[in-house]
Design a binder for this molecule. Structure first.
Ligand code: C5P
Length: 233
């Protein structure tokens, strides 16, 4: 099973991001670029990090009518990202359109990952605000199955959910899991946290690690620790 550590580059500017990446002189970590950095710096930040030799997960969580998502995905595919995502909430039709948009003329495409229910959504809010009355775990698995049906590669979920997602959607269906903290580290605003070693045991394919690496005194050492625990034996 393939596994890698993705560093969440949750910085507000190009300068901060490059200063951080400059610390990595030996390895080229897989990095996640989210809305904050992308909206601040535009597509050039993606090209620049790509030119430096990093793999990129562009975390923009698209959700719109199928035609719009298809066209937007075609643009992201030309940016040559390695992984991107959307909201499964946009329906199977939207996810199928996204795959069409993302697929390059030579048949290759970045990995496409679905967000099921955001972890900020509680059962109570889902019922009250969205009028969805099924149990939250059932909704998450249903959305994951929809993503699989549409031909997507996987979902973003907690490492604690990796097992049930693989059971429902197959071992090759990828789980990308945030909420990772080193043993003895500060959980911050994450509620349910897992160590890299535990995420590996639970079957995660990619862990997304932000502050435990970006906020570490020695980010390179922290990254190496995550790789040693999660990727290597
Ligand atoms: O700093 P930290 O390790 O908490 O960063 C985790 C990253 O994963 C952040 O970019 C955060 O937005 C993202 N994420 C998350 N929980 C989700 C989905 C995404 O923490 N359910």
């Amino acid at each position: 099973m393939k596994r890698d550590v993705i560093i969440a580059c949750d910085f507000a500017s190009r300068e901060q991001t490059m200063a951080f990446l400059d610390k990595f002189t030996q390895e080229k970590p897989f990095v996640k670029i989210g809305m904050e950095l992308f909206y601040a710096e535009g597509p050039e930040i993606v090209r620049e990090i790509k030119r430096r030799g990093h793999k990129i997960f562009l975390d923009l969580k698209l959700c719109d009518i199928p035609n719009t998502v298809q066209k937007a995905m075609a643009v992201l595919s030309r940016l040559d990202v390695d992984m991107t995502n959307l909201h499964a909430f946009g329906t199977v039709e939207m996810m199928e359109a996204a795959i069409r948009g993302l697929t390059r003329p030579d048949g290759t495409r970045p990995l496409l990952i679905a967000v099921t229910q955001l972890t900020s959504t509680s059962q109570e809010r889902m019922e009250r605000d969205l009028l969805i009355e099924k149990p939250l775990p059932e909704v998450v698995i249903h959305y994951a199955k929809n993503a699989r049906l549409a031909g997507l590669d996987g979902v973003v979920c907690s490492p604690l959910e990796s097992g049930v997602v693989h059971q429902a959607c197959g071992e090759e269906f990828v789980t990308v899991t945030p909420g990772v903290r080193f043993a003895g580290g500060d959980a911050g605003d994450q509620v349910r946290v897992t160590t890299p070693a535990r995420a590996k045991e639970l079957g995660s394919n990619f862990i997304v690690v932000g502050r435990p690496i970006t906020g570490a005194e020695d980010p390179v050492a922290a990254y190496r620790r995550a790789v040693a625990e999660f990727v290597n034996d």
